[in-house]
Design a binder for this molecule. Sequence first.
Ligand code: KG4
Ligand code: ZN
Length: 384
Amino acid sequence: MKILAIESSCDETSAAIVEGAKTDPAVKIIANNTASSLPTHSKTGGIIPEAAAREQVKFIIPVIKKTLEDANLSFSSQNPPDLDAIAVTIGPGLIGSLLVGVETAKTLSFIWNKPIIPVNHLIGHIYANFVEQTTDYRLQTTVDSRPSTVLASIEFPAIVLVVSGGHTDLILLKNNGKITWLGGTRDDAAGECFDKCARMLGYAYPGGPVISELAQKGNSKNFTLPHPMSGSKDLDFSFSGLKTAFAKLLTENFNIQKGGFNKKTNTWEQTPLINLLENKEQQKLYDLCASLEDTIVDSLIDKAILAIQTKHVEQLIVAGGVAANKKLKMKLKTKLGELGVKLYIPEPKLCTDNGAMIASAAFFTKPNNMPLNLQANPNLSLSS
Ligand code: KG4
Ligand code: ZN
């Protein structure tokens, strides 16, 4: 089965063609292309939904066309390409961005007479783990030492930690497509905490990679931040108090220069704080970033382990943009290795938004019987 998938939920426009079968341990990418509107958003300091939607309109056809070409498939109404279905992200996400992908998918489904498979973006992130990786990167624990050319099938049941810019959830995946939501964030998502703290330091979205880079040079022990919901026995998270504590330490320890919108250049401008500091002060900022990263990572790991223990499972799947965080992967690998729990994380380029993960999820999702009635849903939840 060969699927063309379209992902357009936020600032990335992605299309992929993926081939495989439900029974395969992982599906194979034939082509996968992503265009990002981040350069546009860095001028405003954050994503403006209307601007993101306009960029989606600009990119969607070129990205799909390139993907079909890469897969040696034609792009014409007379000659439908050799595809079994078209999959598309229907939510959650920004409504303007989602509509571009959904309406394009409906049009292609109509002119080519192909079934359409609506995919939940968060389920897509999970199924990035079921896409063939460059190496057997996905399986991270040393418990299983199969050679890297052999793709291990993910075993069930598994706990899934979904950590993206807008979501932080723990779910139980009993089998392909059978999910039970166990808990989630009560306020900000983990990625959102990274993004908002990075913004305080003068960086535009996405903040996770930049905080992580600064943190590498720091010592987390030199700043103490509150560990959110530590000791609570539920499977919920909270990151907004942490963001406030970070802001407090920042103003107490550094002379912050406020940036903002420059009317002359018509752009959002802020010199990153690190560039305004002396060497000794820079080290302090690295330490603060290291403490922030460690606190977020520890909070995610503690609750993931609690879920693993309460549900008595032996597999953890991590998904979403924050899964690209090296510290999270390193600490999970050590802790789960000690517990004998297998850990699956996609390779970094499959952690952030991409079409291949949507195609992969489509193998386990029912097609829509009335494709032209398909609706984007910006608030789609994991349980719907
Ligand atoms: O899944 P994703 O690409 O988009 C959403 O669905 O939200 O995730 C984006 C999020 C952003 O918050 C970004 O800062 C975070 O993932 N992220 C990271 C890293 N790479 C991306 N957070 C921490 N460390 C990273 N290396
Ligand atoms: Zn995402």
